[in-house]
Design a protein around this ligand. Structure first.
Ligand SMILES: [Zn+2]
Length: 308
């Protein structure tokens, strides 16, 4: 079939202050790297307010709207800002993952990649943090479960930081399995193995600083893939952060571009075995522009290869 690339120019209108690592150029570099690839290119719709309210309370949305400035920046915390275009960008980001789920479950695409910002996996039920406003990966899982009626959805988060927001949003969702690997210790500090969800539906994989692809592959082969096989998901959602790359300035893991290709290829093989290859991947972190665009391109190339 085909791999869908879902994005929108509004995602370039979410602007952070000068010097902030989560910058517009990240998405520009990714889109440039993906230009030559054979992809089904789809414009991200805005998520409906009801979609957002599936995971965040109305008061949270109201607070974000209040924090959005007409010019300059609104500040949520030391890391998390809103510019005038941020909410439209966030609604497009959420809309992109929802469209990805609809396309993959509807047979319009084998798999999909949402090239979006702001990212999502740090946004908790009622707390925006870590550059994230809406919990995009959790939203994709809930949409697949509640709207499409699936029984089992897995989320795999390989961003170098703990997916604390996705963990919070899916903590008591027994139809979802969240597996998240992260450098530990590292911000935000959560992600210990004993954080395992209300129904043992969360698997945290801490990785030590300075560890590389060999340690990652051992952890994924030893823990992540067997757990996925046991769970038998009907859809796999990937929180694709590329900041475990050895060149990333925000963390200290030493994965190579080839490691991101490997992890994607393995997840595609598992998806083929268990759920007709259905994967929806969404962009999270990654802050060295060259490493980010190369690793992201390698990720999408594996999705394309698996879709043939
Ligand atoms: Zn990250």
């Amino acid at each position: 079939m085909t791999t869908a690339l879902i994005t929108h120019a509004d995602c370039l209108d979410h602007v952070n202050p000068e010097g902030h690592p989560e910058r517009v150029a990240r998405l520009e570099h990714i889109l440039h790297a993906l230009e030559p690839l054979d992809l089904l290119r789809v414009g991200a719709p805005m998520a409906a307010e009801d979609d957002i309210l599936r995971i965040h309370p109305a008061a949270y949305l109201a607070d974000l709207r209040k924090a959005r400035p007409n010019e300059g920046f609104g500040q949520i915390d030391g890391d998390t800002f809103l510019s005038p275009g941020s909410l439209d960008a966030a609604f497009r980001a959420a809309g992109a993952v929802i469209r990805g789920v609809d396309m993959v479950l509807g047979g319009e695409a084998q798999n999909a990649f949402a090239a979006i910002r702001p990212p999502g996996h740090h946004a908790e039920t009622d707390t925006a943090m870590g550059f994230c406003l809406f919990g995009n990966a959790a939203l994709a899982a809930k949409h697949a479960l509640d709207h499409h009626g699936l029984s089992r959805v897995a989320v795999v988060d390989f961003d170098v930081h703990h997916g604390n927001g996705t963990q919070d949003l899916l903590w008591d969702e027994k139809r979802a399995l969240l597996i998240t690997s992260q450098q530990m210790p590292l911000w935000p500090g959560s992600g210990r193995v004993d954080e395992d969800g209300a129904y043992e539906n969360i698997l945290n994989i801490p990785l030590p600083p300075e560890s590389g692809g060999a340690e990652m592959r051992a952890a994924y082969q030893g823990q992540v893939f067997p757990r996925l096989r046991d769970f038998k998901p009907e859809l796999i959602i990937i929180s694709a952060g590329f900041d475990a790359h050895q060149d990333d300035p925000l963390a200290n893991l030493n994965w190579s571009t080839q490691d991101f290709a490997w992890i994607t290829q393995q997840l595609c093989i598992l998806a083929d075995e268990m759920c007709d290859g259905r994967i929806v991947s969404t962009l999270e972190g990654g802050y060295d522009l060259n490493a980010l665009s190369a690793a992201c391109k390698a990720h999408v190339e594996e999705l394309i290869e698996a879709s043939k």
